[in-house]
Structures are given as structure tokens and as C-alpha cells.
Ligand binder design. Structure first.
Ligand SMILES: [Fe+2]
Length: 263
């Protein structure tokens, strides 16, 4: 019998506030997360793992992590998380009590790595020396294992100048590391609230729509997009191949408040 296809889901940037009725840019962010999770939960093909790539909270509040944990627990599916720039690293560790920060997960032959790109007090991303050392050690330890990397900030430009200024500042360090290994099949990020794909450093880089609102693609300045909430599916095939794509909630047209002038 051939090995099974393994299915993962990436959700990102829920931006939940301290209370249920919190709105950001006119969007009830807890409600749009709930809609995304409802669609994932009713899938005929449920995922083995949900990867959450940061900005769970809009403001790092303990209430946001409690609400997030409640929503995920309704689903009864395994999930993991990593911090984004809007998260508070101390509060998120204490708040998402149901699952600890787990930088290395094993899914059969596959390895799922989480890297922390968030710098306290800053919007932009950076990989601390310990993160790069962790990645280097893991890639050297299991050079044959097909590997996925998840992190909040993308290491590459996506075509929006204002967001591109926030990409991982020392991405060249990551690039050098990835070029020394050939087993990283893909890198998945959040932060940019849009779907994007590029080949970089010998691997595939994918960014994923937010579960709340999207940013307008190819916009030099801050601008909201008009796409609905979304998420990404990832299927891991035998022999280390993967397929991936994004889903937008068709029934959930956003009612955006464009007065949100910055982010
Ligand atoms: Fe972010």
C-alpha cells in the first residue's frame, strides 16, 4: 500500500481583540476566524494539523488568546502556533495554554519547523541567532527529511513597498542556510494578508490570506483589499512532494471600514 497523503491547513493573522465584539477595519475578526474554522471543520478531508502563523491577537491581549483557544478547541483538531508582531510573546505562551510553542513537529517522514521572526516593539521581522542556529542544526541532523518552514514575516518582497520594508531584515542569512540544504520543500508565512508565491533560495515561498481582511496586492502604500477571509491547504505526498492552494470564503463578503489608515 502506498503512503497516505497528509493534509495540513495554514491559518494566519486572525487579529482577535480582547472581547468578542472587537472590530478591526470594520471586520469582526473573531467571527471571520470562526467562519474559516467552520469551513475547515466541515471538510470531508480534515487536516492532521492546523498551523497558525502569528498575529493571533490584534494587541497582544490575554483575552484574545483565550478566545482563540476556545475557537480552536471546538474543532477538535491538533493545532500549533507561532508569534507575529502583534502578539505579546509572554502573554501568548500563557494564553494559548492548550498547546505549547512547538518549533519541531514530525508528521511521518516530514518535519514541520516554526521560526520566530517577531521582534518585540517592532513591526518588521528578523531571525535571531538562536532561530538560525535551531534551523541549521535541524537541517544538518536530518538532511534527508522533507521539511516545511512556517514563520510570520516573509523573507521576500511581495510587491507592496510598505509591506516589503517589513520583511525579515536578515533574510540573506536564511537564504545562505537554505541554499546549503536541499530538503526544505516550502516556506509558508503570514503578515502580508494576501496570497503570493515565489521561488527563493532554492525553495518555494508562499504567503497566505488572513482570516480577517486582506491587503491590496501591488499597492505601494497601505490599502485594504476586497477579498474575503481565507486560509491555505497543504497536501504532503509520498516522496517529499507537496501541493498547496488558498481558499477564500465565498459567502463572506467583507464590509470594510477604509478609515483604518495604518496598520
Ligand atoms: Fe504581522
Amino acid at each position: 500500500m502506498s503512503a497516505p497523503i497528509r493534509r495540513l491547513i495554514q491559518i494566519t493573522d486572525p487579529h482577535i481583540g480582547p472581547a468578542r465584539d472587537y472590530r478591526l477595519a470594520g471586520v469582526e475578526t473573531l467571527e471571520t476566524l470562526r467562519e474559516v474554522l467552520a469551513e475547515i471543520g466541515t471538510s470531508e478531508n480534515p487536516p492532521e494539523l492546523i498551523c497558525t502563523t502569528g498575529d493571533i491577537a490584534a494587541d497582544g491581549s490575554a483575552g484574545a488568546y483565550r478566545l482563540f483557544t476556545q475557537q480552536l478547541q471546538f474543532l477538535e483538531l491538533p493545532y500549533q502556533w507561532l508569534p507575529g508582531n502583534h502578539d505579546d510573546k509572554q502573554v501568548i505562551r500563557e494564553g494559548v495554554t492548550a498547546t505549547p510553542y512547538w518549533p519541531l513537529l514530525e508528521l511521518g517522514p516530514w518535519r514541520v519547523l516554526s521560526l520566530d521572526t517577531a521582534v518585540p516593539g517592532e513591526v518588521g521581522g528578523r531571525l535571531a541567532a538562536e532561530e538560525l542556529e535551531f534551523l541549521a542544526a535541524q537541517l544538518a541532523r536530518e538532511p534527508e527529511a522533507p521539511t516545511l518552514i512556517f514563520m510570520h514575516h516573509p523573507p521576500i518582497a511581495v510587491g507592496c513597498a510598505w509591506l516589503d520594508a517589513q520583511r525579515v531584515a536578515n533574510a540573506t542569512d536564511l537564504e545562505a542556510l537554505l541554499r546549503r540544504h536541499d530538503n526544505v520543500r516550502a516556506l509558508f508565512t503570514g503578515h502580508v494578508h494576501q496570497q503570493f508565491h515565489s521561488r527563493w533560495a532554492g525553495t518555494e515561498v508562499y504567503t497566505t490570506p488572513a482570516t480577517c481582511f486582506q491587503f491590496r496586492s501591488n499597492s505601494a502604500d497601505f490599502a485594504l483589499g476586497d477579498q474575503p477571509p481565507g486560509y491555505r491547504w497543504i497536501e504532503l505526498h509520498p516522496e517529499g512532494k507537496l501541493t498547496t492552494g488558498c481558499v477564500f470564503l465565498q459567502h463572506s463578503a467583507p464590509h470594510l471600514d477604509h478609515r483604518l489608515a495604518r496598520y
